[in-house]
Design a protein around this ligand. Sequence first.
Ligand SMILES: Cc1cc2nc3c(=O)[nH]c(=O)nc-3n(C[C@H](O)[C@H](O)[C@H](O)COP(=O)(O)O)c2cc1C
Length: 423
Amino acid sequence: MNKKIKRKSVGTGFSMCVQPAFIIGTNNEDGTPNFAPITWVSATCEKGSDYFIVISMFGTKNTKTNVYRDKRLSVNLVSTDMLPLMDYFGTHHAKVAEEDDIEYSFSRGEVVDVPTLDASSWVYECEVEKSVEIGESTTFFCRIKNIQMDEKIECKDTFDVNLVKFDPVIYSGNYHSLGKRLGEIGDYANRDNKRKSMLETTLNTRDLGGYRVEGTETFTKYNRLIRSDAPTMPSERDIDFLRRIGITTIIDTRIDEEIERKAHGLSTVQGFDYYNFPITEGSGLPESVEAVPNSYFACAHDPSVTKIFRTIAESDGGVMYNCSAGKDRTGVNSALILWLCGVSKDDIVRDYMYTKENNASRFGRIRENFPDIDINIVIPHEEYMYGFIELMEKAHGTIEAFFESIGIDADIQKKLRSKLLDA
Ligand SMILES: Cc1cc2nc3c(=O)[nH]c(=O)nc-3n(C[C@H](O)[C@H](O)[C@H](O)COP(=O)(O)O)c2cc1C
């Protein structure tokens, strides 16, 4: 990605707190519980799975006194529904909560004898191993002795914690909540390398994310629209991956004969809504090299295109659309949506051209099996896509006017843009 944000130096007085907010539970000297929000919380690890929570406390506070004395504490994740409680504990000692009619309940830790908040879906029970003082601030390194987690949430290991499910409050001077889950490690490897298929069982499955809106620092988002050749035999891994990145709608633009020859591998798989909107032009070969842009023009005006873009606009999750090789019909649909989003013509052509390398083995087979066909009609050439864009500009002037002419009005166009561009 060649994104370049213009930044300014602002001194040292800002912090980017990347941890969720926690309420620290401690034992007062008389055995009663104390709770206080502390957001300067981080983590470190000694060896293997010996994790430590690192907590910094400033000035004088009950919690700090308790931790120094008792060396035990609970670290209770704050979910967004616990904000009133956190705000209360931020300015009051837990002892007076009852007088103020603040309702909350607590239990004792299962491994460490500390108070834990019943409302919290994730609780660390810790013992202090070490403390480091810097001025009025003390940082405690706390060994995790136990983690209690909402029993309704399944997490296999550290790397399988779906934070969104815990709905944590993120604090950085303001309270925030988390956005969408974006995936796991490896889900984005090679995503900007469009020369590689995202699926292991197809040649040409690519994300429309990562393209610059011309003249801006805005880029098309990942996981929203995936273009593909026909995924006729997706592996379990492919299906899992598509589910994980949020693809819920499948649009197959092949005609009946093509589907009869090779059925779509996701048409009956749970979790995917499958639509068949056939585009007839493009299911066969244009008669000459010169006819390719005209063929693309005809694809763009197939009645199915209106249905395709209406479906994309209305879909809640990500959409994967395909034809047979992911080249012509899929190339046209990709060009249309990228164009509508303001991606440059050169990038649209670049996106189209990746098929040349991705489908090289497919083109090789056609060359062998059909020696009479002019292979240049089959292999993508930049002029084909530039030629198509030129024909479209001649006929419609703007991409907006084109969409309007096929029944995709300004409202739907807005939805289509936000599909690929909005956070
Ligand atoms: C959102 C929030 C975050 C806070 N984070 C910290 C923190 O990281 N470190 C700290 O020393 N105090 C922090 N505080 C302040 C303490 O929670 C506050 O001083 C509290 O009243 C102490 O209570 P106690 O004296 O009963 O321990 C935070 C307060 C709020 C509301």
